[in-house]
Design a protein around this ligand. Structure first.
Ligand code: MRU
Length: 377
């Protein structure tokens, strides 16, 4: 396993360079990631030469966000196959790296299926490895296409729900080009509104404890030139009370068959606030995030992260002093509750925007029907 970091000079990522890419230097194929743990302080690449390096990158959130996890998982399988490692072992490790985002399993399984089908057909592991890579590239491309379609459907929905225009959108976590083959999910809708001159302001929750909102969404918003403001997660309630939020837009890590939505912890309280204040709570996610095998919200496995992410500030730009690598902000030995996600029940979700259209109201039947329709396209 070899992780190498390299400065990227004047490169203006993520707009100028993909957040994930496959490369074939003379030393052998690699998967190159934009290391998201280092943003916004530095833009550095993480070069993964094998699947175990990718597993580590997934665990540490160097690569993160549901759609991108799927793409990373598929490239991870291809990397193992091309480099002659045990594909099943690599697939198991990749799938197990984080439990909540179903896209990770979807990506891994798609590449494994392509590998196995090709192997069964001609018995050649080289050709099977190429098939896995083709599958990973297809998923990457399809995610970019899905992202563009969700942006269009999402803006139409906003315009319908909020006919006055001048949308003031609150978002949580990071859902832009850093999580996708394209421009993302919820953030892509805000970006579409901005380009159409209909975004008045993007309210960005900082998203404790790992600050995906402050570090990553604000970074993407600043690059896009949109009007945005950062708030502490605790400030959302007073923002609603002041009548400053027209809609909430978030992504999803897994949508159960009944329409329950697992997303970054802190999404559920926003849905409750939104309902109380009569504000639409809109989830934007590709159909790869819908998991028909998970019947309901209670069946979604929510990842529990280490306590030090709460008891220490671990942003990349802080001086390293604590046991978890950050500055302690609580007495040593403090126990922490640190779920990475929470689950919003379908009755609090105004609509789910997918690449195949908008689902509203959110019911198990409507979700099954949309999934069936997508399989026919
Ligand atoms: O822990 P993370 O940073 O991977 O969590 C990401 C989120 O919760 C996103 O909101 C979700 O993946 C949807 S992104 C399209």
């Amino acid at each position: 396993m070899a992780d190498q970091y390299a400065q990227t000079g004047e490169d203006k990522r993520p707009t100028g360079m993909p957040v994930i890419r496959w490369e074939e230097p003379p030393e052998g194929p690699v998967v190159v990631l934009l290391d998201q743990t280092r943003l916004p302080a530095e833009e550095v690449e993480l070069v993964c030469t094998d699947a175990s390096a990718l597993v580590e990158a997934i665990r540490t959130l160097a690569v993160r966000g549901a759609p991108l996890l799927g793409i990373a998982g598929a490239y991870g399988v291809a990397l193992a196959a091309v480099r002659g490692f045990d594909v099943d072992e690599a697939a198991l490790a990749l799938e197990g790296a984080r439990p909540t985002a179903v896209n990770l399993s979807v990506g891994v399984r798609r590449a494994v299926a392509a590998y196995r089908t090709a192997l069964a057909k001609n018995g050649d592991t080289g050709a099977a490895a190429v098939a896995a890579l083709v599958a990973a590239r297809a998923l990457h491309r399809e995610d970019a296409e899905a992202s563009a379609r969700m942006a269009g459907h999402g803006l139409e929905l906003l315009d319908e729900l909020l006919p006055g225009g001048g949308h003031r959108i609150l978002t949580h976590c990071n859902t832009g080009s850093l999580v996708s083959g394209g421009e993302g999910t919820a953030f892509a809708v805000a970006l579409e509104a901005h380009r159409a001159g209909r975004l008045r302001r993007l309210w960005v929750d900082e998203t404790r404890p790992l600050l995906q909102g402050a570090r990553l969404t604000a970074y993407e918003a600043a690059r896009s030139g949109m009007a945005y403001s950062l708030l502490t997660d605790n400030a959302a309630g007073s923002l609603f009370a002041a009548g400053e939020v027209d809609a909430v837009l978030v992504g999803a890590d897994r949508i159960a068959a009944d329409g329950s939505v697992a997303n970054k912890v802190g999404s559920y309280p926003l849905a409750v606030l939104a309902r109380y204040h009569h504000v639409p709570f809109i989830v934007v996610a590709p159909l790869t995030t819908v998991d028909p095998e998970t019947p309901d919200g209670a069946s979604i496995e929510v990842e529990q992260r280490p306590g030090y992410e709460v008891t220490e500030v671990t942003a990349p730009q802080v001086t390293v002093t604590g046991a978890g690598g950050g500055i302690p902000v609580a007495p040593l030995g403090t126990q922490a509750y640190n779920p990475a996600f929470d689950v919003t029940p379908p009755e609090l979700v105004t609509a789910i925007v997918t690449e195949y259209g908008v689902l509203s109201p959110v019911t198990a039947e409507a979700l099954a029907e949309l999934s069936a329709r997508s399989r026919q396209v």
